[in-house]
Design a protein around this ligand. Structure first.
Ligand SMILES: NC(=O)CC[C@H](N)C(=O)O
Length: 338
């Protein structure tokens, strides 16, 4: 191919050393980190492929062996306890054994109640939680129901005429013109404070660009109520009307994102929110947070090979050390900006 295109002058041998080291070291990982993935399409693992890969990138970075426990959300619901007690028991056993709970994106109302139960379990038991897109909306509904006491809090996606619309349809374009109402692609998120976990994980940047795929959003008119009760919207769009990141500051790790951080995760460049989640699930969150902010300080001073930016890979034959370059941590594919 290169010959045909006469590209010989610009090609060079690929440098696979970092890749090989990572592959070898990940083959040797044995200490598990167990993640409960509470979703609707759990028998179709390809539906969550990007989420699985993002979990893997972060687990390898934390030197843990990823174990994903698939939990069909509706099996956590009390109706299943009556109809299929074995499935109910199995689902709860997995949830209770998890180091972290992840509720991914999704559409439609099947399994929503089970996802709300999973978010409640993680919030009340201080288990690391990551909610993505629908998962973030679920976390907000759960908080409104349990903490604010608004029993009928809901999304207009599931109950169009709900009296307590905590999640509403917010098209960017016309409300009446059908078609193209999905908010898609790269959008900017501005951090509201640098003192939150998500901002620290992204290297204390003032804004990031991440990918979106949704129609519904947190109702901006109810944000103040949620915030007064302890939920913190730490990332918003440029208008301040669209909530992008939500956190529970007093929880070890409880974060929801309206965007899909998994889409920009890469081997060797894990998504910051996934890295924080896996770090929290295996007791390494402080180290991960420290690494993110120290690397940032080092870079802003022009220092790249600061000791904090060094990663050691254990391989079959030797212990090799690689240096995280600016590209490693700040490659634009991770949504990060100087
Ligand atoms: N990708 C998603 O999770 C979408 C969430 C929700 N169904 C919405 O459209 O807003």
């Amino acid at each position: 191919m290169f010959k045909v295109l006469n590209l010989h002058g610009v090609t060079k041998e690929p440098n696979l050393e970092e890749w090989t080291c990572r592959a070898e070291s990940s083959d040797l990982l044995h200490e598990p980190v167990r993640i409960a993935l509470v979703g609707k399409y759990t028998c179709l693992s390809d539906s969550y492929l990007s989420v699985l890969k993002a979990l893997l990138h972060a687990s390898v970075d934390c030197q843990k062996k990823l174990v994903v426990d698939w939990i069909p959300a509706s099996n956590l619901e009390s109706a299943t306890a009556k109809e299929n007690p074995d499935a109910f028991k199995a689902a709860w056993k997995l949830l209770k054994g998890a180091d972290g709970v992840l509720v991914p994106g999704g559409f439609g109302d099947r399994g929503v109640q089970g996802k709300i139960i999973a978010a409640k379990y993680a919030r009340e038991n201080r288990i690391p939680f990551l909610g993505i897109c629908l998962g973030m909306q679920i976390a907000v509904i759960e908080f409104a129901r349990s903490v604010l006491g608004v029993q009928d809090a809901n999304s207009t996606e599931f109950e169009p005429h709900t009296k307590s619309p905590y999640i509403i349809f917010m098209p960017e374009g016309s409300k009446t013109h059908m078609g193209g109402t999905m908010r898609l692609g790269s959008r900017r998120t501005y951090f509201q404070t640098k003192e939150c976990k998500s901002a620290k994980l992204y290297g204390c940047k003032s804004f990031i660009d991440e990918r979106h795929r949704h129609r519904y959003e947190v109702n901006p008119d109810l944000v103040a109520r949620l915030e007064n009760a302890g939920l913190s919207f730490t990332g918003k769009d440029e208008t301040g009307q669209r909530m992008e990141i939500v956190e529970l500051p007093n929880h070890p790790y409880f974060i929801g994102a309206q965007f899909h951080p998994e889409f920009k995760s890469r081997p060797g460049k894990p998504s910051p929110l996934f890295l924080g989640f896996i770090g929290a699930a295996c007791g390494q969150l402080d180290a991960v947070l420290q690494r993110s902010s120290i690397v940032d300080n080092g870079l802003s001073k022009g220092v790249i090979n600061d000791i904090s930016a060094v990663k050691t890979y254990r391989t079959r034959t030797a212990t090799r050390t690689t240096y995280r370059s600016a590209e490693y941590v700040y490659g634009s594919c991770n949504g990060l900006h100087f």
